[in-house]
Design a binder for this molecule. Structure first.
Ligand code: FMN
Length: 114
């Protein structure tokens, strides 16, 4: 059983509790690749985790393949167990900007992300 990524919920404290109560793996909430690539402090802070939370996945979302690549490189530098790309979020303000499930608009699955 995994603890699914949840925006505003999947904090380090939540993840630690989830692991202690039996989750085999935890995720960060979805993290803006744009915020990471542009070194926004609040976004970068979302990457923090401790060894006790492992195995841990970092979930990124975005619309621009180059920015997502940069963000994935930054995320991989801190060696998460998984980097997950969010192509499922149905929230209107995310989809409107072609992020989350909006990434599929007009394309085959994930085709704009190389
Ligand atoms: C408050 C909330 C925030 C969520 N945030 C994310 C998110 O950041 N990334 C994501 O992939 N899914 C997100 N989801 C979806 C959940 O990860 C999960 O897929 C969904 O709640 C269905 O879970 P279930 O299959 O255990 O019922 C969110 C769900 C909720 C309720």
């Amino acid at each position: 059983m995994l603890a699914a990524p949840m925006a505003g919920i999947s904090t380090p404290a939540y993840r630690l509790l989830a692991r202690r109560f039996g989750a085999a793996m935890v995720y960060t909430e979805m993290i803006s690749s744009h915020g990471l690539a542009y070194k926004n402090k609040r976004t970068t802070d979302l990457l923090s985790f401790t060894a006790a939370e492992r195995p841990l996945g970092i979930q990124l979302f975005g619309a621009d393949p180059e920015i997502m690549y940069q963000a994935a490189r930054l995320a991989s530098a801190i060696e998460p167990d998984i980097i997950d790309l969010n192509f499922g979020c149905p929230v209107k303000k995310i989809v409107k900007k072609k992020r989350g499930s909006g990434g599929f608009e007009g394309y085959g699955p994930g085709s704009s992300i190389g």
